[in-house]
Design a protein around this ligand. Structure first.
Ligand code: OGA
Ligand code: NI
Length: 336
């Protein structure tokens, strides 16, 4: 438990050695511009226009912010309050969920793979499945007292919104109706990140450059900046917009769309003056579902770029590749 960062850093005024990145991997002191070009989309728009905007943003950035999405302002705020309350709990309470075993379903950990990685990242993370709710809710924290109630309501609302976005993407790509229903959106994981205040944010990263390995992510990032997206090989900051979701295309959607939609790399920087808590919801495929470029999107003139595989196979190689600093999509490419 000594590893849990929210405990370590309350007693440290310098960055512990094991979190200091080698100079070439540090975010450095450069000021990353807040990007006003990451598309902000209103879900209230006319359906056809909305589909076009989502597809364009997903092609060019792999990221967009979504406003007027129907999840209430109160619930967006409440879930962040409860998440912060959880990370403020005494060590013993959080310790009950601490594990280095990735198979433990409701689990708190520090960094990404603490036991295996050389340098750690500046975050704590609580993660658990949340769909179907009744199968999982009994494993979630009971403290704070409102945890199950608030996260339960939130999970259901976010799932509805996520499926609605997938439906719009499905239509925008010209896929048969319901393509993303069933196996490709079978599960949902709630992933709560806590990035404590850091004595020197130029030496660490909250999360290193990565793409999300599932279907789609809906992130509630609150009002503290920290997320950056790689666009044309430059890092751009995603400005917090009150009550908006940050939505990003994941690896499986990039493959299914045969590279049309982009699963963009992103990272998180730490801050010296404020802690940051975010709630990410991943809609994910089931382990046995077969992933491949959609048949209707490939042709002789537009051959498949990726091989056919099961999601379970991918998750195993994703972890291994991540440790070795390799691009996890590379092994899936069909060599031309
Ligand atoms: C993630 C992630 C971004 C953030 O959890 O995969 O990229 O701002 N989170 O917390
Ligand atoms: Ni991510």
């Amino acid at each position: 438990m000594a590893q849990l960062l929210s405990n370590v850093c309350s007693i440290q005024s310098v960055v512990p050695e094991s979190y200091i990145l080698p100079p070439e991997r540090r975010p450095g002191q450069q000021v990353v511009p807040h990007c006003d070009t990451i598309p902000v989309i209103d879900i209230d728009s006319d359906r056809n226009e909305l589909i076009q905007e989502i597809i364009k943003a997903s092609q060019e950035y792999g990221f967009f912010q979504l406003r007027n999405h129907g999840v209430s302002e109160e619930l967006m705020k409440d879930v962040l309050v409860v998440a912060k309350e959880f990370f403020d709990l005494p060590v013993e309470e959080k310790e009950r969920f601490y594990s280095e075993d990735p198979n433990q379903t409701c689990r708190i950990k520090t960094s990404i793979d603490f036991a295996k990685e050389k340098v750690h990242f500046w975050r704590d993370n609580l993660r658990h499945p949340c769909h179907p709710l009744e199968e999982h809710i009994h494993q979630w924290p009971e403290n704070p007292a409102r945890y199950r109630e608030v996260f339960g309501l939130y999970s259901v609302e976010v799932r509805k919104l996520g499926l609605r976005i997938l439906d719009l993407i499905c239509e925008g790509l010209g896929l048969e109706a319901g393509y993303f229903e069933g196996g490709l959106s079978h599960g949902q994981t709630m992933s709560i990140n806590h990035y404590p205040q850091c004595p020197d944010p130029t030496l660490v990263l909250g999360l290193p450059k990565h793409g999300d390995p599932f279907t789609i992510t809906l992130l509630n990032q609150g009002d503290v900046p920290g997320l950056q997206v790689l666009k044309d090989e430059k890092w751009v900051a995603v400005e917090p917009l009150p009550n908006a979701f940050v939505v990003n295309i994941n690896h499986m959607l990039q493959i299914i769309s045969n590279g049309k939609l982009k699963s963009a790399d992103h990272r998180v920087v730490a801050s010296s003056n404020v802690a940051r808590t975010t709630v990410a919801s991943f809609i994910r495929p089931s382990i046995d579902v077969v992933i491949e470029p959609a048949k209707s999107l490939v042709s002789e003139s537009n051959p498949p770029l990726y091989k056919c595989f099961t999601f379970g196979d991918f998750t195993r190689s994703y972890m291994a590749d991540t440790h070795e600093g390799k691009d996890p999509l590379e092994r899936l490419m069909i060599q031309s």
